[in-house]
Design a protein around this ligand. Structure first.
Ligand code: GDP
Ligand code: ZN
Length: 308
């Protein structure tokens, strides 16, 4: 009877301080963190040990492997990490219901801050009129260099295949406002997703049948294709970002910073500001829209205030 050996695992769901960990063979167990701090999030690679007193299938997390990146969410009280080691973020919005440009921008900024490539997907292409309006309006974001794909989950077919192709071999966090089609997309890509979610929430949260926690789904395990589904959109956590770095995370604003007279310009009130000079609402190429500038200045104030 030697000492139990540390076993590698992948965190596939969390509830409070409990984690569901997947072994290499695909089997899963509940792990509890060792010590007071619970820091494991979905996507974390961990080393775990069988619990000393364990009657059933459970263990303790002994070590977190270094992360490539880490995403945060915000509730009324604090910022909490919720997903790690992502390759990309898929922001799912739809022709209907209308989505908020502020939320879209905040999600893009969160991705930029972790140097993750965002993919914007506009769903409900079958709703021709509102779709064309939204797609046209999003031209500004394509001009900023963001990848963007149309989708109709109602029709399936080619547009869904194109989205699938972007996911291949990657770990993708899917975000979106409610009603955009996130559960429909997950169910298209992951047969049995609903049953899996039910199973996880029962195991992690005895008695309750709905989960509001972040969940890992394999789309194709052999190809290393995975989705991380996380409820909510509004509460994206940005407070770990330094306000002074914000302009560098907005591709339409970034190029103008070098025209500012002062190297430490906040682009809010300084004379000779290259950013403020570029704020126009005539849609001219290489200008900054009023809306994006307002998103910048509001978020700057929010981030600056959160330091104190
Ligand atoms: P979630 O809140 O983001 O999970 O959104 P759901 O997946 O529940 O979808 C919201 C509604 O939009 C449902 O009634 C879906 O049937 C509908 N929906 C999803 N995709 C499409 C689409 O491509 N076209 C249309 N017309 N409706 C869709
Ligand atoms: Zn400036």
């Amino acid at each position: 009877s030697g000492r139990p050996t540390l076993t590698p695992g992948l965190v596939v769901a969390t509830y409070g301080r409990h984690c569901m960990v997947e072994r290499a063979d695909g089997s899963r167990l509940i792990c509890h963190p060792r010590g007071k701090k619970s820091t494991a999030v979905v996507g974390d690679k961990v080393l775990w040990l069988p619990a000393a007193t364990g009657q059933g299938e459970d263990g303790t997390i002994e070590k977190l492997q270094p992360r490539r990146n880490l995403f945060y969410r915000q509730d009324e009280i604090r910022t909490k990490s919720f997903a790690a080691n992502l390759d990309q973020v898929l922001i799912l919005i739809a022709a209907e219901p209308e989505f908020s440009e502020t939320q879209l921008s905040r999600a893009l900024i969160a991705a930029e801050a972790e140097r993750i490539s965002p993919l914007i997907v506009l769903n409900k292409q079958d709703l021709t009129e509102p779709f064309d309006r939204a797609w046209g309006w999003l031209t500004a974001y394509r001009d900023m260099g963001y990848r963007m794909l149309p989708l109709s989950l109602k029709d399936g077919g080619g547009t869904l295949e194109a989205v699938k192709a972007e996911l291949a071999g990657k770990t993708t966090l899917v975000l979106g406002p409610s009603g955009a089609g996130k559960s429909t997309l997950t169910n298209h890509l992951v047969p049995g997703a609903l049953a899996a979610t039910r199973e996880i929430s029962q195991a992690l949260n005895t008695g309750k049948h709905t989960t509001t926690s972040t969940t890992w789904y394999w789309v194709d395990k052999e190809a290393n294709t995975a989705l991380i589904d996380s409820p909510g959109f509004q509460e994206f956590g940005l407070h770990h970002i330094d306000a002074r770095h914000l302009s560098g995370l907005m591709p339409d604003i970034k190029p103008f910073v070098e025209r500012c007279k002062f190297y430490n310009c906040t682009h809010l009130h300084e004379p000779g500001c290259g950013v403020m000079a570029a704020v126009k609402n005539d849609g001219s190429v290489g200008s900054i829209s009023d809306r994006r500038y307002k998103i910048y200045s509001d978020l700057f104030a929010e981030l600056d205030a959160s330091k104190f």
